[in-house]
Design a protein around this ligand. Sequence first.
Ligand SMILES: [Zn+2]
Length: 149
Amino acid sequence: MGISWPDSEESSEVSFPGEWELCEHGLTPFKRVAFEGVNTGRRFLTCPYEDERMCDWMCWVDDEHNEVLKNALDRLWWLLEDEKRKSSDQLAEKDWALGARYMAEKDKMELEKELAELKLKMKQSGGEAGTSGEMKKLGSEVEVKVKIY
Ligand SMILES: [Zn+2]
């Protein structure tokens, strides 16, 4: 490996004129059509291996696009990326909102549980003035917290 070539589509339909050299393995190269950025639509050749055996050899068949086309392609891909980014932001936001709601529900449930336990303790501690007064205070605090949600 070493070079990074564009994402591409393997092409059996697009014709590749002429004879082309062989890759570093001495193999007949794969015909591809670039499908990324300013190179979209340019034909090129690579090593036929698609795994770690792939050599660095590659050869463009088509010349670089002219500036007008390159700018148009650049803009198109930018728009596509921007769309992708926007929709993944929206997804992340939705996840966050769901997560926050879940946390709030969980907190609420925990507070309610805490409150129920306190109420039970208050009932159990019945007569003892000091403790039950404290418990009542604690209990109302929890009640206030629960009402906030
Ligand atoms: Zn090769």
